[in-house]
Unconditional design. Structure first.
Length: 166
């Protein structure tokens, strides 16, 4: 069961295809233009590889593939959202590639509803709520559920943390 949001929150919004998503800004370290990504052998298809962020190798997930969307070529609007999450009880830094990143918004609890139980193409267990802004709906992700302990293990694999060229 998802936790209902009860406080005014700030969220960063991004697009995957035609859908607008949001994550709590408290979980976002920074947003980067898409640098070269070093592939990691034997990683799942949604794990794009690692990037160098100020001398540290950060694993990068293709959010389109993570959500089962068809891959698309990167564009000048593609961005990496660098997030800090608590995975399997440990703080973990991971990047997610979005088609585009838009803005930071504030949503009040009255603007957020629980995800519908049916007629949604996204897995409701990954959604914290549905934000409403004017006539637009914003899918607020529950990052702790999007990225599992399995992802944390992949991030900690020695091959995934190989040296990345600067």
């Amino acid at each position: 069961m998802n936790t209902l949001l009860t406080d005014i929150g700030q969220y960063i919004t991004f697009r995957l295809g035609d859908e607008l998503f949001a994550i709590n800004v408290a979980q976002v370290r920074e947003v980067l233009e898409l640098p070269p990504v070093t592939k990691v052998p034997t990683a799942p298809d949604y794990m794009r590889g690692v990037v160098n962020v100020r001398g540290k190798a950060i694993p990068v997930v293709d959010l389109r593939r993570k959500f089962g969307l068809p891959p698309t070529p990167d564009t000048v609007h593609s961005r990496i959202v660098v997030m800090e999450l608590d995975l399997d009880g440990e703080p973990t830094v991971i990047g997610g590639i979005a088609d585009s990143v838009h803005e930071v918004i504030e949503l009040e609890p009255g603007q957020i509803n629980p995800p519908p139980r049916i007629a949604l193409r996204w897995r409701t267990d990954l959604i914290q709520g549905m934000g409403r802004r004017g006539d637009d709906f914003i899918i607020i992700l529950d990052l702790a559920r999007v990225f599992s302990a399995e992802d944390a293990a992949l991030v900690k694999e020695p091959s995934a943390l190989a040296t990345v060229p600067a």
